[in-house]
Design a protein around this ligand. Structure first.
Ligand SMILES: NC(=O)C1=CN([C@@H]2O[C@H](COP(=O)(O)OP(=O)(O)OC[C@H]3O[C@@H](n4cnc5c(N)ncnc54)[C@H](O)[C@@H]3O)[C@@H](O)[C@H]2O)C=CC1
Ligand SMILES: O=C(O)[C@@H]1CCC=N1
Length: 269
């Protein structure tokens, strides 16, 4: 008999993040579940039934959790179809910007809502998700949310929902900033005359190897940076450019503030 550590789940939105979560749940042993997506992606395994819309969900399907993984801009059109599960299943939203109060206004005051922000390394079970449990979420429902989110990486919980906007900017979008660094390193290598395939290999391995070292090391990131930076050496020259007052120390906080503000805007839009 197959081990099912995860009870039946209704996944709404089977895109990049929904697909990554489903794969993580399947690895842990997923009870027969349903995914809704109008694009009808191929089911990842026999335990998942994919349907095009809420009307096609079998009437007797009783999920323990409904995971909302559509774009925030689709929320207003999509959410009302799932209000019938509120009060029975815990509603877990990973939508950027959408607040617990906003979700409960649509799903009903009986809705137990967890707002969570994962990131795309979820696809290799190396994500970080920060969650916040809303009013009425029971200890068992929060534990279920923790199990579901742990299947795609590390999980942390916060009580102050307002911080989720900054979480969205830092760890939600963070992989994009790291991938941008890989892109720019590759381009700079090519500009220095390094052949394109070697430039790509160097940039990718430098970013992924540095991530692996950071994960394996007890040292602070700053200490690992200093270990590369020989006095009067080459790295020092590069860091003098990157760490200039108007460079990364000014740009990174500005970028994070812009993304945090956008997350706040999405609560209403
Ligand atoms: N991509 C990322 O890095 C992260 C995304 N998020 C959040 O996750 C959510 C999903 O984002 P992605 O997976 O990147 O987008 P995506 O575009 O890959 O997936 C969204 C899916 O929703 C489906 N969809 C559209 N209308 C639907 C409907 N009426 N019913 C059911 N499914 C419907 C689409 O066909 C698509 O497959 C967004 O709310 C986003 O804010 C959160 C953390 C990170
Ligand atoms: O860019 C976005 O809106 C989503 C949320 C965090 C990462 N991607």
């Amino acid at each position: 008999m197959t081990k099912t550590a995860i009870p039946p789940i209704l996944l709404v939105g089977f895109g990049k993040m929904g697909g990554a979560m489903l794969a993580g749940w399947r690895e842990r042993g997923l009870a027969p579940s349903v995914a809704v997506d109008p694009q009808l992606p191929l089911p990842p395994g026999p335990e998942v039934t994919v349907v095009a819309d809420a009307a096609a969900i079998p009437a007797d399907f009783a999920p323990a959790a409904v995971v909302l993984a559509v774009k925030p801009q689709n929320a207003a059109a999509v959410l009302p179809h799932y209000a019938r599960y509120a009060g029975k299943a815990v509603m877990i939203s990973i939508m950027a910007g959408r607040t617990i109060a906003g979700l409960r206004a649509v799903l009903g005051e009986q809705a137990a809502v967890v707002r969570a922000m994962p990131n795309t390394p979820a696809a290799v079970r190396q994500g970080i998700t920060v969650g916040c449990a809303g009013p009425g979420v029971t200890a068992a429902q929060r534990a279920l949310a923790d199990t579901l989110l742990s299947a795609i990486g590390k999980v942390a919980w916060i009580d102050d929902e307002a911080l989720i906007d900054a979480v969205t900017a830092i760890s939600g979008g963070g992989p994009a900033y790291v991938f941008l660094l890989a892109e720019l390193l590759e381009q700079a290598a090519i500009a220095q005359g390094i052949p394109a395939d070697l430039a790509r290999l160097m940039a990718r391995q430098t970013v992924s190897g540095s991530g692996a070292l950071l994960a394996a090391s007890p040292e602070d990131a700053a200490a690992l940076r200093r270990a590369v930076t020989s006095p009067k050496g080459t790295t020092e020259r590069a860091l003098a450019v990157l760490m200039a007052e108007d460079a990364w120390p000014a740009l990174v906080p500005r970028a994070i503030a812009a993304a945090t503000e956008r997350s706040r805007e999405l609560s209403g839009g």
